[in-house]
Design a protein. Structure first.
Length: 200
């Protein structure tokens, strides 16, 4: 099974058939898809300027989509490296019990669904790398009351998500499943009750 880098080489290879290049970009999303496969594909297509069903997209646009995905992947891999080093140091220092962020992180190892968007057409419009930087910043600070990606405070608890966890606070503005560890208990409670958390 081809890895991300070998698939990326196929996307860039002008000697490859255009259908194979498009297929290889889709296969990259099996390795890294921050919003989930369908929502990440929709995002990349809209940002690069070709349709999700376009079977013969401009190769330049395909490569632009790949470059955005690669930049986001490098941001996430750097975070995972830092995470691994921190956990190694904590274990060495006798801190064996994981934090809530660590529990969340185990479910998103590799970067699939770290900013899950259950509706593939509703996702942040910013570059993927910027979205991940905002999310990582939120994971490394005290919990807040708003979406770490778009800063909106309109969060609603949704059930039956096609993801693990299958329920949680979803931002009604940008569509991401907000990681529980970045929200205060009060924000989580308001989302569960379907009420907006008004800033005091």
């Amino acid at each position: 099974m081809a890895g991300f880098r070998s698939l990326a080489r196929q996307v860039r290879d002008p000697d490859c058939d255009l259908a194979l290049r498009r297929y290889s970009l889709r296969k990259c999303l099996e390795k890294f898809a921050p919003y989930g496969h369908r929502a990440t594909w929709d995002h990349l297509c809209s940002r690069a300027g070709f349709g999700p069903e376009d079977r013969s997209p401009d190769p330049v646009r395909l490569v632009a989509a790949l470059e955005e995905l690669e930049e986001a992947r490098s941001v996430w891999l750097a975070y995972e490296t830092d995470f691994t080093e921190r956990r190694r140091k904590e274990k060495h220092d006798g801190l064996r019990r994981p934090r809530s962020v660590d529990d969340w992180h185990r479910m998103t190892w590799g970067g699939f669904g770290v900013a899950w968007c259950d509706d593939p057409r509703v996702h942040p419009g910013e570059p993927l790398a910027e979205v991940l930087r905002r999310l990582i910043t939120a994971l490394n600070r005290q919990p807040g009351s708003s979406c770490p990606v778009c800063n909106a405070d309109r969060l609603i608890w949704r059930y039956g998500l096609d993801h693990e966890p299958s329920s949680g606070p979803v931002c009604t503005d940008c569509g991401i499943l907000v990681p529980r560890p970045v929200l205060t208990p009060r924000a989580l409670e308001y989302a569960r009750r379907g009420r907006l958390l008004m800033s005091a």
